[in-house]
Design a protein around this ligand. Structure first.
Ligand code: N01
Length: 566
């Protein structure tokens, strides 16, 4: 795919022990979603095989090894709840764990639950075709595997297809280039180097302070400034960890009912969500609330009032507060102004969380280039040329994001009934039922797919909910002799409308964000995730199941014999 980065590190020879034959379920991806699904499928006594492109487990945490990478959901909550022993035994060393610790956790899960024997690494699934006669998926890989399965599950992640921008001359740069999403495993030493970073999203905002601490000179190329809140990360203490572990079941249960699947403050009566409009309090009270949230740190800033994402006037107060903080922190007024976002509401592009991001621009070795004023013309063998200057670098870092939510699915040749290609069906934007299935694609599931809360939520909470729901459905099919399941076109259309209407009731649609597909030229502008909230969404999924899997068509096994005999 043009403009898509290639992943490094995959060996050119096929590994031994390739999967052949038949499985109940083929899973694509060995991140948290694929691994938990495999574990649950074994519990049902089903055979499953994961194909994973990487050399190890961990998904996004395997690939995103850039300096400063860490999660902005607290580790006590960005972790699995399905095993009481696991959640009691595992110790997180910080409030927000860094990438190596999260990857170690993923590896621990693979070992603890003996998952590796059913995972084939270094193998990319290239195609999945539904065979109408046998009602099985035929899955092929770049290692020459040809396997069949009753079910095929895309556990491919929402932010797994990295994107390199189509800047003229990109290939001509003589020095090394890196993408944050495919960072070399051995790390990169920028000591004494002149480094250019292109992009200022969440990844860049985490990486820039760390790179600036090493590099001789760092130049940041910013097209759109971002709102960022300090993380206030700190070491885990027994005082914090103890109550969480003692009350894990109750707290996890509560988190599942929240809009984002997160308890911002587990000890607060309202769990850190201030159920008051920003317009219903005085300017002094608003400032007090924002100051407190700023001091607390993290994404709970967006829960400071209950209408920041729906009411422009309320949002304006939060946006202005963050701009005032940027102006306070950044000493050079001109640089501060360039760093202040002004043309979209706070939170409508993914809110960023940082450690010393704005402070970094006070360092003498750090420069900011405003691409709105002076766009990049080209990348040259020696660096970057904008409309007003040339910059020489020893290395360039692309922090330019992902083909989000649909990119990983579009990279696989997925064909359902009558050869229907998923990419053709989704030409105008993704169409799903509950973000879990798509009409015309029997027995094909997505975990945290478009149309589900996914990227607007604590991903592990959403992954567990999707997998648990899917497992119940597969068990129901087995018990009742059902061969295939797929949504009706009507149910899918209604769900799509519901997702769209929910998005348009918010300010999210005002930003040119990757939520809207706006970062990929030519991608349809559709608000892809479901903003209804994790708690509401769970109720909706549970109601579908309770109503006999409303909206899904189930074909019994005996109908298969009839088709085969035709
Ligand atoms: O990617 P992004 P990301 N010339 O798409 C710029 C999650 N995440 O990897 O906004 C110049 O946000 C682009 O500019 P613009 C999180 O969900 C989580 O940073 O298009 N610049 C933008 O500044 C996050 O949202 C965590 O104008 C170009 C940047 O590149 C998601 O991953 C940490 C350009 C891309 O930002 C993606 O974040 C990290 C061009 N041609 C990531 N093309 C945590 O949990 C693009 N840009 C903390």
């Amino acid at each position: 795919m043009p403009g898509t980065a290639t992943r490094e590190g995959a060996p050119s020879t096929a590994q031994s022990g390739q999967a052949v034959g038949e499985f109940d379920v083929v899973i694509v991806g060995a991140g948290f979603a694929g691994m938990y699904l495999l574990h649950r499928l074994r519990g049902l006594g089903l055979t499953a095989r994961i194909f994973e492109a990487a050399t190890g487990v961990g998904g996004t945490w395997y690939w995103n090894r850039y300096p400063g990478a860490r999660c902005d959901v607290e580790s006590m909550q960005y972790s699995h709840s399905f095993s009481k022993e696991l959640q009691q035994e595992w110790h997180w060393s910080e409030r927000f764990a860094a990438q190596p610790e999260i990857l170690a956790y993923a590896n621990h899960i693979a070992d603890r639950f003996d998952l590796r024997r059913d995972i084939q690494f270094e193998t990319r699934v290239t195609a999945a075709h539904f065979d109408e006669k046998t009602r099985r998926w035929h899955v092929t890989t770049d290692r020459g595997n040809r396997v069949t399965a009753q079910h095929c599950v895309m556990a491919t992640g929402c932010l797994s297809t990295a994107r390199l921008p189509d800047i003229p001359g990109r290939e001509t740069f003589a020095g090394p280039t890196y993408h944050t999403g495919y960072w070399p495993h051995e790390g990169v030493d920028f000591t004494g180097k002149r480094v250019g970073v292109i992009g200022t999203g969440s990844s860049a905002i985490q990486a820039i302070p760390v790179i600036a601490a090493q590099a001789a000179e760092l130049t940041v190329f910013q097209r759109t400034p971002n709102y960022s809140i300090p993380s206030r990360n700190r070491p885990m203490t027994p005082d914090y960890e103890g109550p969480w572990k003692a009350q894990y079941d109750a707290r996890r249960a509560k988190a599942r009912t929240m809009r984002t699947g997160i308890l911002y403050d587990a000890t607060d009566a309202n769990y850190g969500v201030n159920d008051v409009s920003a317009m219903d309090v005085s300017p002094e009270e608003r400032r007090r609330v924002y100051e407190k949230r700023w001091a607390t740190g993290g994404t709970s800033f967006m829960a400071a009032f209950n209408d920041l994402i729906t009411n422009q006037a309320s949002n304006d107060t939060a946006s202005e507060f963050v701009r005032s903080k940027i102006r306070e922190i950044v000493k050079d007024p001109a640089t501060a102004e360039i760093l202040c976002p002004t043309d979209y509401p706070i939170g409508t592009k993914r809110i960023c969380v940082d450690t010393n991001y704005f402070e970094t621009y006070n360092q003498p070795n750090v420069k900011l280039v405003d691409l709105k004023a002076t766009p990049i013309e080209a990348i040259t063998p020696t660096g970057v040329k904008t409309t007003s200057a040339t910059f020489d670098f020893d290395a360039i870092v692309f922090a330019t994001g992902f083909d989000a939510m649909t990119g990983a699915l579009a990279a696989i040749d997925i064909r359902g009934r009558d050869g229907l290609a998923l990419v053709d069906k989704w030409e105008g934007g993704p169409q799903t039922y509950l973000g879990l299935m798509s009409a015309g694609m029997p027995n094909l599931f997505m975990i945290t797919g478009p149309g589900s809360p996914s990227v607007l939520s604590n991903m592990i909470v959403s992954i567990e909910q999707h997998v648990d729901w899917m497992i119940d459905l597969i068990a129901h099919m087995r018990t009742n002799g059902i061969d295939t399941v797929e949504p009706t076109a009507e149910a899918e259309g209604n769900w799509g409308q519901h997702v769209n209407e929910a998005g348009h009731r918010t300010l999210y649609v005002k930003a040119a964000s990757w939520y809207m597909g706006a970062n990929i030229p030519g991608k349809p502008r559709v608000f892809m995730p479901y903003i209804g909230g994790v708690g509401v969404y769970r109720q909706e999924c549970d109601a579908v199941a309770a109503n006999g899997y409303e909206g899904l068509v189930m074909t019994p096994r005996n109908a298969r014999a009839a088709v085969a005999a035709e």
